[in-house]
Every structure is written in structure tokens, then in C-alpha cells.
Design a protein around this ligand. Structure first.
Ligand code: BES
Ligand code: ZN
Ligand code: ZN
Length: 495
């Protein structure tokens, strides 16, 4: 999917594509549509009336313009594109319209289309064009890498959407950000036998070189040597050795602030000896979606060049069963020196994250934002669309929440209730990794556990719900969603 810019001022003049998209709001031509020359306007208006086109959101009507004017050879078409009711619309409406639009164009068999910018009269050309381009680039994403050439689901063709030249800046930004989201989606969608911790590290190394980030990668021996016993405990059962990945973005002028991003990087989570039922394992290649979000964001940050230093940390491992795997009751010594009693090997994310957070803190982070597919309990609480936001510092919490709002990603504040910390005290170690048999407040206990590993301002986003979907959604197909990338980019640019 590409978004290109056309030089024509009006969107059907010098149409560079055979298909011109005209919006329909509440059963009437959009404002832009009203400004078409009389011939086009009258024809399209009468099509809407005569064919009772209601223009429900995403509904389309293909109009063979040329032929209706009696040019039998003509291959010129207009696509009436339903946008629903104008009342209550937001930029999210435009974003979704962009996604729906490219899906409709593809389905109709066109390779390119030119479109007006919906709702620019309401939100301004800049923001509306941005939302439209971003929606189109996210909605145009497909994952068919492992389908054979010529097979039905294989997507090889390029789809092009033309927008007004005046949208240049918006399109540039949309491209950088959508590309980062789609990069994260690709990482999540890769099967776990392909994307092992070592393979992830190799890809990050190549990406860092491409966009100009500093990168450092530790292997198994270095992780052990550094004293990351909680992380290593999780990793020790897999034949695929772990990697610790560090990325650094430094702004041109030395920055006074360092933002650390930490992402959960379990390339697969079987649950370990506290084994997940087969059903529960089906989506567990998504257990590195936090890492993918952080890495995608770093890719865009390297290009957008905000004024603060940003560092990223990923403890990449696989949670498996074997003769060398960690057990229930094992005692792990974390990097912080704190000892942890393992009560459940499926609560592995917090163990890997504990060491990553400690390390980020020791390296001089002023604020830490951590993303993880951490608990099923968070999905029970907030569902598939909303991430839980846990903050030990109200100001950083607000900043992340506001960034998410601007980015169009849904997060909701959850409490880090200190009274619940009692349940994580162990009789034999400093902490235990779960609160035991009780199933209450699982997402909060997980957040409190992480909170024990830094005194710095920390925000934990539990993205177990929105990181992955088994159904197509408004802004893309089933699979990894790239959730969190846009929020992190907004945050880095706002701080
Ligand atoms: N990776 C899972 C959480 C998860 C569940 C992510 C569903 C995405 C969708 C995590 O490692 C896990 O298994 N957590 C346990 C914690 C429990 C043992 C305290 C859970 O949620 O059941
Ligand atoms: Zn688990
Ligand atoms: Zn997990």
C-alpha cells in the first residue's frame, strides 16, 4: 500500500487513476463532491437518488462515469463511498474510512484510486489528511508472506491511493508512523519457529543500522554474567537461547531527559510446567507484542528525531518445557538482588521484565514506560480493545494517557493498590511471582510486582487484549495489531 500525491487541485481534474472516490454523508454528496463541475455533480447526485444509495459507513457504489456519458471505451469510474452521519464524527472516523476505502478499492479489483480528504472542513486539511493516510496505510496492511505465489490469499500487487499535493507533510508523517506499526505487526505475525530470540535480535540489529540507532545485544552467557537471574530462569528451558536487546536514540543536542521503553519479548509462551491448555497457546506467538511495539516506535523515533534521549530494552526468551526448564518452587535471584519464589511458571513475563526494568533504571532512565501482554486478567477486565494503564506516578500516567488519546489508541487507568502488595510477599524469598491460588485482581498483582523493581516514574501498559486479534478489525487484518506503537511515538514527541 502506497499513498501518493497528485498535483491537480481538484480531485477529479487530471485524475491520475481510473477511479475517483467521492464521499457521501447522510445520503448526500460530501462538500468536496458538491464542488465538482456541474456535469459530474448532477450525475452522481442522481445516482444517489435513483439507486437509493444510503451511504452507510463503508457502503460503496461503483459508477461507470465514461460509459454513462456514452463513451463506450472509457474505463473511468467514480466510487461513491458511504461515510454515515456527519454528527459525532472524529478523526477516528476518517482513519477508519481510509482503511475501509483501500479495502473496498482492492476488493473491486482496482490498483489505484484518487480520493478527496473526508471531513477536512471539520478537522482541517492537515489533520484530516493525516488520519486518512494513516488509516489507508494501516488498513492496506496484509500478511501473506508464507502463502505460495498464485494462491488465493497471496497479495503481491501494490495498491496506490492519491491525495492532494497540499497534504504532503501529513502524508510523510503518516508514512513514518504507519510503517512503524506495520513493522511491529510483521514481527508479531512471524511464527515462533522463525522468530526465535536470536532471530529477533538479528532483525533488530539490521533495523538499527538501517535507521541509525545504537544497538547492543547480549547472548546467553552475557545475560547470566550480568546477573539477570529472573530473566535467565525463564529462558533456561528452551533450546533457543535468550537475547537481551538494547537500542539507543540520541538527539542531536545532548538531552537532559532519558525515556526508557521496555517491551515484553516472549517469542512463545507455552506456560512452562504450569502449562497452558492447548486453546490458550494458540495466540501465544503474540507474547512479544510489547517488544514489537517498542521496537516499532524506536524505528519511527529514529526518523522523527524528538528532542529527548530514548532507550529501548527487550529481554527476549521462549517459555518452554524441558529437563532444564525452571520449576514451580524454584528460587530466582533477580538483577536487583531481590530473590523470587516461582509459584507459577506461566507468570514468566514479570520475571523477564523485572530484570529489564532494573537494568533500565540503573542505566539512568528518568521515566520508564513498559508494554506487555502480561495477564489474561486484564483482558477479562477491559476486553480486547482497551489496554490497562498502571502508573506509580500520576503525572507520567497522564502523559501516557493523553498520548494514547491523540494517537487513537484506547487505554484505561487501573489502580496500583498498595494493600494488595501483601499477597506477593513470600515466606522463603523476598517476593513470589503470583499471589497464589486466588484469581482476584490478577492484572493489578502483576503490575505491583513490576513496581517493586524501580522507584523511578513507571507506567506499565498491559496490552494482552488489544495486541492481537483473531478477527479482522477496523484498521487491519487478523493477527498482530501493532498496538502501542502510535502512543509511544506521540509520547516521545510530547515529553
Ligand atoms: N502471556 C500471558 C498473558 C496473556 C494471556 C497474553 C492472554 C495474551 C492473551 C502471561 O504470561 C500469562 O500467562 N499470565 C498468567 C498469569 C497468572 C499465571 C498469574 C495469566 O494471565 O493467566
Ligand atoms: Zn505466561
Ligand atoms: Zn506470557
Amino acid at each position: 500500500m502506497e499513498v501518493l500525491l497528485k498535483s491537480a487541485r481538484r480531485f477529479v481534474d487530471e485524475v491520475p487513476a481510473a477511479l475517483a472516490v467521492v464521499g457521501v454523508w447522510g445520503g448526500e454528496l460530501s462538500e468536496e463532491g458538491q464542488r465538482l463541475d456541474r456535469k459530474h455533480r448532477n450525475l452522481l447526485s442522481s445516482m444517489i437518488e435513483d439507486l437509493h444509495f444510503k451511504g452507510e459507513f463503508g457502503e460503496t457504489l461503483l459508477v461507470p462515469l465514461g460509459r454513462l456519458y456514452g463513451e463506450t471505451q472509457s474505463r473511468e469510474f467514480a466510487l461513491l463511498f458511504g461515510l454515515g452521519k456527519k454528527r459525532g464524527t472524529s478523526l477516528e472516523t476518517v482513519r477508519k474510512a481510509g482503511a475501509k476505502l483501500v479495502q473496498a478499492v482492492r476488493k473491486l479489483g482496482f490498483r489505484e484510486a484518487v480520493t478527496e480528504t473526508f471531513l477536512s472542513e471539520k478537522f482541517g486539511k492537515k489533520d484530516a489528511s493525516y488520519a486518512l493516510a494513516e488509516g489507508a496505510l494501516l488498513g492496506g496492511y496484509t500478511w501473506s508472506k508464507y502463502k505460495s505465489a498464485g494462491s488465493p490469499g497471496k497479495r503481491a500487487e501494490r495498491l496506490r491511493l492519491w491525495l492532494a499535493r497540499s497534504a504532503r507533510q501529513s502524508v510523510d508523517r503518516a508514512e513514518t508512523i504507519a510503517e512503524a506499526v506495520n513493522y511491529a505487526r510483521d514481527l508479531v505475525n512471524e511464527p515462533p519457529n522463525v522468530l526465535t530470540p536470536a532471530e529477533l535480535a538479528m532483525r533488530v540489529q539490521a533495523m538499527a543500522q538501517e535507521v541509525g540507532l545504537d544497538v547492543e545485544i547480549w547472548d546467553e552467557a552475557q545475560i547470566k554474567q550480568a546477573g539477570m537471574g529472573a530473566f535467565y530462569g525463564v529462558a533456561q528451558g528452551s533450546a533457543n537461547p535468550p537475547r537481551f536487546i538494547q537500542l539507543t536514540y540520541k538527539p542531536q543536542n545532548p538531552a537532559s531527559k532519558v525515556l526508557a521503553l521496555v517491551g515484553k519479548g516472549l517469542t512463545f509462551d507455552t506456560g512452562g510446567y504450569s502449562l497452558k491448555p492447548s486453546e490458550g497457546q494458540i495466540t501465544m506467538k503474540c507474547d512479544m507484542a510489547g517488544a514489537a511495539a517498542v521496537l516499532g516506535a524506536m524505528r519511527a523515533i529514529a526518523r522523527l528525531k524528538p528532542e529527548l534521549e530514548v532507550r529501548a530494552y527487550v529481554a527476549a526468551a521462549e517459555n518452554m518445557i524441558s529437563g532444564s526448564a525452571y520449576r514451580v518452587s524454584d528460587l530466582l535471584r533477580s538483577l536487583s538482588g531481590r530473590t523470587i519464589e516461582v509459584l507459577n511458571t506461566d507468570a514468566e513475563g514479570r520475571l523477564t521484565l523485572a530484570d529489564a526494568i532494573t537494568f533500565a533504571d540503573w542505566q539512568g532512565a528518568d521515566a520508564i514506560v513498559e508494554l506487555s501482554t502480561l495477564t489474561g486478567a486484564c483482558v477479562v477486565a477491559l476486553g480486547e480493545k482497551i489496554a490497562g494503564l498502571f502508573a506509580n506516578n500520576p503525572r507520567l500516567g497522564r502523559e501516557v494517557q493523553e498520548a494514547a488519546e491523540r494517537a487513537g489508541e484506547k487505554v484505561w487507568p487501573m489502580p496500583m493498590e498498595e494493600e494488595y502488595l501483601e499477597a506477593l510477599k513470600s515466606s522463603t524469598a523476598d517476593l513470589k511471582n503470583t499471589h497464589g491460588r486466588s484469581r482476584s485482581a490478577g492484572a493489578i498483582h502483576a503490575a505491583l510486582f513490576l513496581g517493586e523493581f524501580t522507584e523511578k516514574p513507571l507506567v506499565h501498559l498491559d496490552i494482552a487484549g488489544p495486541a492481537y486479534t483473531e478477527k479482522d478489525h477496523d484498521l487491519g487484518p487478523a493477527g498482530g495489531t501493532g498496538f502501542g506503537v502510535r502512543t509511544l511515538i506521540e509520547l516521545a514527541q510530547a515529553l
